[in-house]
Design a protein around this ligand. Sequence first.
Ligand code: CUA
Length: 344
Amino acid sequence: LKTLLMLSFTAIVLSACGKENLTALDPKGYGAEKSMDIMILSIVIMTAVFIIVAIIFTIAVVRFREKKGREDYIPKQVEGNHTLEIVWTAIPIVLVFVLAIPTIITIFDLADTAEAESSIKVEVTGNQYWWHFDYKGEEIQTSQDLYVPVGKKVYLDIQSSDVIHSFWVPTISGKMDANPENVNTMFIEAYEEGVYWGKCAELCGPSHSLMDFKVVAVSQDEFDQWVEDMKNVNPEEKPQDAVASEGQDLFEANNCMACHAIGSSPVAVGPNLTNYANRTAVAGILEPTKENLVDWIMDPESIKPGNKMTGNYPEVSRDEAEKIAEYLMQLDHSDVNPESAGGI
Ligand code: CUA
């Protein structure tokens, strides 16, 4: 049954987007697995109810249809049947309990914070239209790609800097709203190494559907290495390359740092650009190529309508944008990258 469900639904999901690890129907994490169990339970119950009702309905239609020669026949008139009424009231009540009990147990299970104190904690902030990640106690700030160790619960404090968003990585976890005025908590746990697609799951503006991010699940050793690398980022570091060096000067001259930090600075008006060379995407949605980054710098509005970068920095020429892109594309702060997790 599970295979059948997966085949039919995965076909729909894949035909819609063609992205790997963007499905709730092939769970590779704790929350997604629990959600899948509940989905299967409710689909089994619904299917059984549908089949039984359809059979009774078909029998009634066939058996009591108008027959030749007895057009005036009126069947026996029944008013009230206590046994029948008790049965059709009791069955739905039992079904509601069968659905509700595992659902409530799962809700409490997924809200369990018993291991929160000893686990990795990340403050997640949704912004129109990108995600900021602040590793508590580590002085690591990053955006868009959330690195986690495989097989470990990672606790997330989820909030928003503007409107309501929703954090959702379908293959490994359920959804959690990111609200401007309160913090919601959840944990995620990936069972397998991999790059998992995340989506904003709450309509938040014109580029809501483009507010993608990734969870990069790597081995514990690689994660430790990544943490070490990220803690030792020197934002002042000069690139070797002459073009990139010019790009760095332009980056500073155009005041890009008013919004974008490199390193552990808490500035987060725009995405933190540390380790940009290893990003899985440009602006969350485009292939991570220099050309796409140049296009983004030149005209972000055409790529993500309503984003806050548009109009908030001086116009740069294509030549200047290429130099800035070169600089960003050389911000390679760790050997642990999406390829370590098996690529996208
Ligand atoms: Cu953020 Cu939809």
